[in-house]
Write a protein that binds this ligand. Sequence first.
Ligand code: AN7
Length: 380
Amino acid sequence: MPFRHRYTGLIERYRDRLPIADDTRIISLGEGNTPLIRLNNLPTVLDCDVDLYVKFEGLNPTGSFKDRGMTMAVTDAVNKGSRALICASTGNTSASAAAYAARAGIAAFVLIPDGKIAQGKLAQARIHGATVIQIKGNFDAGMRLVREVGEVAPVSIVNSINPYRLQGQKTAAFEIIEELGSAPDYHCLPVGNAGNITAHWIGYCECAGVGDATLTEACAFCGGQCRFAQALVQKRPRMLGYQATGSAPFLRGEPVSEPDTVATAIRIGDPQSWAAAQAARQESDGWFAEVSDDEILAAQRTLAETEGIFCEPASAASVAGAMRDVRNGRIALGSRVVCTLTGHGLKDPDVAIAQAERPVLDVPPEKEAVRRAILDNLPS
Ligand code: AN7
């Protein structure tokens, strides 16, 4: 019996809404189709009435949302005959590019800022066989180099300046609408290069731009003709972009030359999708805001401790921002809010271990000692 419901990645799933020709050889690792998890405990911690969800993009094949764009960018590159990819990266793009290049049987060159990427991401780039080029400079310097080298070397650039990347990433918005039946009231994202917030807005706008299939799904009773169904489909969320305080060009109103934050994934001072992200904010009546490193780490820990969800620090910026803006009333009570968790916590074990609050107990290998350790640590 054929596996009729085997999921084979987002290009197959959304082929009719992506710029992919029928005869294209698809490079996929089964990306997309990530869980939208309703938070049961965090709203209680916040003591706020809010319908809060996380879209756990850390459950993509290489552990981040980058895979959604990478399946598209690498599929396009391979079909144009490219034999090598290049990207600058704070870590996740390089991990994803390395994996999809391996899958396609082509080479990957990744430029990373010396000493400023999380260990898990570096491990990924290396095990997949990418050539890792480390520079004494930050992501923005690497990005400038990649743009220049792309002109003079036989490589396809797979950073989000490649439009296929955003096309793949927009599918996260499709999945959310399918699960919730309509767009949420607010969508919160961490912002670095601002590609992902741009891609989500593209996705939401495409769904709102009608499309009969969506209309039919929206209302089981009328087939999408009633006013209720129309309103559901036309709804778009307010887009909220959160940046780390030390790395917040959208809050400063200009590029930041020495960005710094514990959330190394979003240690970016000169976002490549500046104008498009501003448009998304404006059109959606959303906002950009900054969160401190302490708020980011606290949100990462709270999510891990109260919900069992382990995301990397950059991802926690969206939850940190949402928590604060729910508390201060900027996000209206009773709203439905989706936060994107862009990457898995396992990417960056060093930060997680450094901030763990409970000590590791050293005990002798004896029953009584272990019993004591249990009794001393039972919740009261
Ligand atoms: C976990 O890997 O830019 O605003 O080079 O890894 O679309 O840039 C990573 C970005 C958020 C920001 N969360 O997304 C790279 C890179 C995580 C990330 C972002 C990144 P954009």
